[in-house]
Design a protein around this ligand. Structure first.
Ligand code: ZN
Length: 472
C-alpha cells in the first residue's frame, strides 16, 4: 500500500529570544544594580528632561487607539502639540469606569488595547487582568517589551527590599488570570537571580503548608498582600514556629499595607510598593523608609484634587494620576486611579535619590465616605480597630443611610478566646470616635464571621467595602 505523504505546514514562530532588542531595553530602563548608580541619582531637571524625551512617543501611541482618539478629539487635543509635562496636563483624565464602559461597548477587550492576538505573529504577547476587587476584572494585553520593563521595575523594588541572587523568594500572590503573581515571578526569575517559590495564595497552598515550605526550603524573601502575610505570621505562631528564630526570612516586599507592622510580626525587613496591573509597580520604598520613590523614568505622576482634578500643593491628599512612558501594548495616559496619597518630599532622600516620594495609599477615593463633613476610609477604620489586641484582624465596612443620615458600619472579627463582645464593641466605637472625630457603628463578629463579605483567601485581594446607600 502506498501511503499518502503528510506534510507539516511550516510557519515561522517569533521566538522570545529574537523578538526583543534586549540591549535597547536595559539601556532605556536599566535594571538593578545599574539603575541605582545612574537614573536613580539624577537631578530633578535631568529626570524631567528624560520624561519629556519619552512623552511624544507615549502620546502618539495612545492616540493610535480609538479609546484615546475619541476622547482627545472631543476635547480638542492635538497629540503632536504635547511636548512638555505642562502640555500633558491639558489632556483630560479618565477613570476605571471609562475602561469598564469601553469593555461593555466593545467586548471582550474594549477599544483601549493597542494590540490584538494576531500581533503575536510578530512577538510574544501575554494577557492578564486586574485583581478585580470592584466589578469585573479588566483585561490588558502586554507586549514582550511591556512585560520586561514591568519586570525590571518590579525587580528594582525587590533589590531595594534586599532580595539578592540565590535567595528563594516565596510568592503568595494568586497565580491565575491576574497579573500580580506573574509579574513578581518574571521579575524574580529574569531580573533578580532569585528562585521563585510558587506557593500562590492560601486557596492554592494552605497557610500551614506555606509555613512548612518557608522553613524547609530556607526561604529568604516573601512577597504578598499585607493581610495575607499578617495571617501567615499568625499561622506560624499557631504551629509553634517562631518567625524570627525558626525561619531564615530576611526581607518582605508587599503591595500596599503597613510594612512596619509586617516587620514586627516577622522580625525582618519589609518594604512597601504601589502599582496596578496596567502599568506594574509605580513607586517603591527605599531602605531610608520615609516614603516610596516614584519610578519617574517610566511614569509621569500627578496628585490631583478629588473634586476639581487640578494638581494639589505638595503634602496635600489627592488622587494619583498616572501616565506610563514605556508602554507599547495598552497605553496609559492620564489615568486617574482614584487611589489617594500625598507627595511627601521632593528633597534628596538619605539614600541619595531625588526621585520624589509619596505616602502610603490612604484609601480609594471611591470608597471614601463623607460623614458629617469628615472623610472616612474603610481601611482607616480597620487599621484603628486592629490596634486592639482582642481583634483578630479581618474586617468589612459598609455605608448606609440610617434615619436620613449616612453611617459607616464596621464589622470586625474578634479573636476566638474573647468572650465579652459588648465590651469590645463599646471600646472600639470609642477609639474610632476619638481617632476619626466622628462616630462609626461597630459590630463584633466571631472568627471567620466576615469572610462571606471579604472573600478573604478566595479572591486576590480581600474586599473591604460596600456602598449600600440609595443611589442618586
Ligand atoms: Zn530613598
Amino acid at each position: 500500500m502506498v501511503e499518502t505523504p503528510v506534510t507539516i505546514p511550516e510557519v515561522s514562530i517569533p521566538y522570545a529570544y529574537r523578538s526583543l532588542d534586549w540591549d535597547a531595553l536595559v539601556r532605556e530602563y536599566p535594571p538593578a544594580p545599574t539603575f541605582f548608580t545612574t537614573t536613580y541619582l539624577k537631578s530633578p531637571e535631568e529626570i524631567r528632561a528624560l520624561q519629556e524625551s519619552r512623552l511624544a512617543r507615549a502620546v502618539a501611541h495612545a492616540y493610535s487607539t480609538p479609546f484615546y482618539r475619541k476622547r482627545w478629539d472631543a476635547a480638542g487635543i492635538d497629540p503632536r502639540a504635547i511636548r512638555t509635562l505642562d502640555d500633558l496636563r491639558t489632556i483630560p483624565t479618565y477613570v476605571v469606569d471609562d475602561i469598564r464602559q469601553s469593555i461593555e461597548a466593545h467586548p471582550p477587550f474594549g477599544d483601549y488595547q493597542a494590540l490584538t492576538f494576531a500581533d503575536a505573529a510578530r512577538g510574544p504577547l501575554r494577557i492578564f487582568t486586574s485583581g478585580g476587587t470592584t466589578g469585573r476584572p479588566r483585561p490588558t494585553i502586554y507586549s514582550q517589551w511591556d512585560r520586561n520593563v514591568g519586570a525590571i521595575l518590579r525587580a528594582r523594588a525587590f533589590y531595594l527590599a534586599g532580595f539578592r541572587p540565590g535567595d528563594a523568594v516565596q510568592n503568595t500572590m494568586l497565580y491565575s488570570t491576574h497579573n500580580g503573581a506573574f509579574i513578581v515571578d518574571e521579575a524574580l526569575y529574569n531580573w533578580c537571580g532569585c528562585i521563585p517559590v510558587t506557593t500562590s495564595a492560601g486557596i492554592v497552598t494552605r497557610s500551614r503548608r506555606q509555613i512548612e515550605l518557608m522553613r524547609d526550603w530556607g526561604v529568604r524573601g516573601l512577597v504578598g498582600f499585607h493581610d495575607f502575610l499578617m495571617h501567615l505570621a499568625e499561622t506560624a505562631k499557631e504551629m509553634g514556629i517562631d518567625p524570627v528564630r525558626d525561619l531564615q526570612l530576611r526581607n518582605i516586599s508587599t503591595m500596599g499595607g503597613k510594612p512596619r507592622e509586617l516587620e514586627k510580626a516577622w522580625g525582618c525587613n519589609a518594604s512597601e510598593n504601589y502599582g496596578m496591573h496596567e502599568v506594574q509597580v509605580v513607586a517603591s520604598e527605599c531602605p531610608a523608609k520615609e516614603g516610596m520613590h516614584l519610578w519617574l523614568d517610566a511614569f509621569v505622576v500627578d496628585i490631583v484634587d478629588l473634586d476639581t482634578g487640578a494638581p494639589v500643593p505638595d503634602g496635600e491628599v489627592g488622587s494619583i494620576v498616572i501616565t506610563a512612558l514605556y508602554k507599547t501594548g495598552v497605553p496609559v495616559v492620564r489615568y486617574d486611579t482614584k487611589d489617594t496619597a500625598r507627595l511627601l518630599s521632593r528633597d534628596r532622600c538619605a539614600c541619595g535619590s531625588s526621585l520624589p516620594r509619596i505616602s502610603s495609599i490612604l484609601g480609594r477615593a471611591d470608597t471614601m465616605v463623607k460623614l458629617r463633613g469628615i472623610n472616612i476610609w474603610p481601611e482607616a477604620c480597620g487599621e484603628i480597630a486592629r490596634r486592639d489586641p482582642r481583634v483578630a484582624g479581618e474586617f468589612f465596612c459598609y455605608a448606609e443611610r440610617r434615619d436620613g443620615r449616612d453611617e459607616m458600619v464596621l464589622l470586625v472579627e474578634r479573636k476566638a478566646d474573647v468572650d465579652d463582645d459588648a465590651a469590645l464593641q463599646r471600646d472600639l466605637a470609642e477609639m474610632l470616635r476619638t481617632e476619626l472625630g466622628v462616630s462609626i457603628v461597630v459590630e463584633v463578629r466571631p472568627p471567620g464571621g466576615t469572610q462571606e463579605l471579604t472573600r478573604f483567601g478566595i479572591e486576590a485581594k480581600p474586599r473591604r467595602f460596600e456602598d449600600r446607600r440609595p443611589k442618586g
